[in-house]
Design a protein around this ligand. Structure first.
Ligand SMILES: Cc1ncc(COP(=O)(O)O)c(C=O)c1O
Length: 382
């Protein structure tokens, strides 16, 4: 299906969908491509472009192109998980020095502990402290700066444009995990990032029924080619069914994000100052240290993720998670249903996550019901 000739926003691309490839006919929506292999032409070529399912799949190409268009990217690559997408960047790079945030998604931080086996060295830094970021980078030696904004689970904000400037001046590229922001709120490539990464398991799919990840690049590069080749070689692309579900989920992303943001903001404001809560962590609160930067680089809201630090410590946090009825106790985030999690319990030993912290993913239920449920659970702390 042809794209509109005039520029349209990511919202319109998402809602309209991008239709099937020309060889898939006139259906408004593309059929799922379940083939593991494709016919070779009589002249021994592959004129349609697809050879074998590990490397080529129309459903995968469709979903990754949709995300790439929304991110204003040159191209996208869809992976079998957010971790597969993130680790593809690190493993495809020649040995280099990496600068990464002290606070970031724990699963990736855990994997990075052993990054020396790939020949890389790493320095962790508070990405909200720009002089510290500049100090951590070694001009000529640092090849990659990795950021995550808002970052899990404290929802700290990184100034993408400023860090991109620092990275580029030192000859490094910037890769941004934008899972919590989504292209609805922030488009890191337009702010100077070279690659944007998402766990599509979260908001992009949005229905808690797909595990997938995506990378989108600002421009072609040797690294981008290597990442694509690596994905084809080891078979880390998403399955056709997951890709198809993701493309469907994306079509309502803008509407869902609007509600996630509204409810996130509503809950953060309503719970701020509650006697049982020491701190509400949410970038939409004016006293959040990253609020001014978030206002600049997040468009239309501050997301649906917030964390609560309980005055009663770990015991109180676990009791509140046990006391809710509408919120559901589960890890992950970004789905239509609201989730609550005692984050330190899942991150385990060595996690920098405070043990008094509850991570909340505001879903699409009635915000008043969600607040009442939390108030009841908080009241039962006595
Ligand atoms: C910010 C962030 N990045 C990456 C990941 C990894 O994604 P996946 O679970 O799809 O592998 C997660 C998962 O929770 C995440 O929260």
């Amino acid at each position: 299906m042809d794209q509109p000739r005039h520029a349209v926003t990511a919202r319109s691309i998402a809602a309209r969908g991008i239709g099937p490839a020309p060889q898939q006919g006139t259906a408004l929506l593309p059929p799922m491509d379940m083939a593991s292999t494709y016919l070779r032409d009589p002249d021994n070529g592959y004129s349609a472009g697809s050879v074998y399912g590990r490397a080529d799949n129309a459903s995968v190409r469709h979903a990754e192109r949709q995300v790439a268009l929304m991110e204003q990217a040159h191209a996208g690559l869809l992976f079998s998980s957010g971790m597969a997408a993130a680790t593809a960047v690190f493993t495809a790079m020649a040995p280099t020095h990496i600068v990464a945030p002290t606070i970031m998604f724990w699963g990736l931080r855990d994997w990075l502990h052993d990054i020396a086996r790939h020949g890389h060295s790493i320095t962790y830094v508070d990405m909200s402290n720009l002089p510290a970021v500049a100090g951590a980078i070694r001009p000529g030696e640092t090849g990659l700066v990795w950021i995550e904004t808002p970052s899990n689970p404290l929802w700290t904000i990184t100034d993408i444009e400023a860090v991109a400037g620092i990275a580029h001046r030192a000859g490094a590229i910037l890769c941004a995990d934008s899972t919590a922001a989504t292209p609805v709120l922030t488009r890191p490539l337009t702010l100077g990032a070279d690659i944007v990464m998402h766990s599509a398991t979260k908001y992009l799919n949005g229905h808690s029924d797909v595990v997938a990840g995506v990378l989108a690049a600002a421009r072609p590069s040797a690294l981008w080619t290597r990442i694509g080749a690596l994905r084809a070689q080891i078979g880390s692309a998403a399955s056709p069914f997951d890709a198809w579900l993701l493309a469907r989920g994306l079509r309502t992303l803008h509407l869902r994000m609007r509600e996630h943001c509204r409810t996130g903001q509503f809950l953060a404001e309503a719970l701020d100052g509650h006697p049982a809560i020491a701190e509400v962590l949410y970038p939409g609160l004016p006293r959040h240290p990253g609020h001014a930067v978030a206002r600049r680089q997040m468009e239309g809201g501050f997301g649906g993720m917030l964390s609560l630090r309980l005055r009663g410590g770990e015991e109180a946090a676990i009791a509140v998670a046990a006391g809710v009825e509408l919120w559901q106790r589960a890890t992950s985030f970004g789905g239509v249903e609201s989730l609550i999690e005692h984050r330190a319990s899942i991150e385990g030993a060595g996690s920098p996550c405070p043990d008094d912290l509850l991570r909340l993913s505001a879903g699409l239920e009635d915000p008043d019901d969600l607040l009442r449920d939390l108030h009841r659970a908080l009241a039962s702390l006595g």
